[in-house]
Design a binder for this molecule. Structure first.
Ligand code: PEP
Ligand code: MN
Length: 269
């Protein structure tokens, strides 16, 4: 039995907005959560000026504590879309249940499925029926094999526009929030022909560690990056410590483009 038969038929060269994946580095950036209209507008301005390809912002936030900010829901999606339209950026946001798809589809150019829902098979089957691309993160404790098998649920529904996003795994190491599993980039690429992105923000847990992890991800062969950027990280309502400010992101985007060009020029992959 070929357990990944539909995933193996997926191809990496689909479009998001006007840009085809695999044609140059793809940068997705934006705040952890959409907090207000002003905050997401300012974020979109910063990241578009720095040359990002897509805007992110959570509206349905899966928080460890029920007492933490849970996101603005549909209102957040509306603000996100408005910001994307104003700055010419496609937008992505996390959905946490199948019931959200119908509403979210109206606002989003892609869905994000987060670490906590990697094996929520009903949700995976439901996005499998959608035509929108899916940014699919690994779980805190999923092996690459389990992650790929989960992605096969999406592909089996007919949705072949899948981006696998490595966001770190839980190990005994506690000097970072999670351990970024860089090896998963070449491992996945040896198994399936799909775009692989790195999320350095959730792995690092601290903004100072984001640039080196991001550069390492691109050097390992990642096609793109998903990074958290906030106009005033110190005021963020979630993931405060790991979000880059505008200046830090602008600098990083430049370094990442250089790294990616170097890798391509010397055909290192
Ligand atoms: C996020 O991208 O904001 C997020 C919640 O990520 P993860 O699912 O990787 O924890
Ligand atoms: Mn976050």
């Amino acid at each position: 039995m070929n357990k990944l038969k539909n995933l193996r038929n997926c191809r990496p060269n689909f479009k998001i907005g006007s840009k085809e994946l695999g044609t140059g580095l793809f940068i997705i950036a934006g705040p952890c959560a959409v907090e207000s209209r002003e905050q997401i507008m300012e974020s979109a301005k910063i990241i578009s000026e720095a040359g990002a390809d897509m805007l992110r912002g959570g509206a349905f936030k899966p928080r460890t504590s029920i007492h933490s900010f849970q996101g603005l829901g549909e209102k957040g999606l509306k603000f996100l879309k408005e910001a994307g339209l104003k700055y010419g950026l496609p937008v992505v946001s996390e959905i946490t249940s199948a019931e959200q798809i119908k509403t979210a589809e109206k606002y989003l150019d892609a869905f994000q499925i987060g670490a906590r829902n990697v094996q929520n098979y009903e949700l995976l089957k439901a996005v499998g029926k959608s035509k929108k691309p899916v940014l699919f993160k690994n779980g805190l404790g999923t092996t690459t094999e389990e992650w790929l098998n989960a992605a096969e649920y999406i592909a089996s529904g007919g949705n072949h526009k899948i981006i696998l996003v490595q966001r770190g795994i839980r190990t005994f190491e506690d000097s970072t929030r999670f351990t970024l599993d860089i090896s998963s980039v070449p491992v996945i690429k040896s198994r399936v022909n799909l775009p692989v992105f790195i999320d350095p923000s959730h792995a690092a847990g601290s903004s100072k560690l984001v640039p080196p992890l991001a550069i390492a991800g691109i050097a390992a062969g990642a096609d793109g990056i998903l990074v958290e950027v906030h106009p005033s990280p110190e005021k963020a309502m979630s993931d405060q410590k790991q979000q880059l400010n505008g200046r830090e992101f602008t600098l990083l985007a430049e370094k990442l483009r250089k790294t990616h060009k170097f890798i391509e020029a010397y055909k290192l992959h």
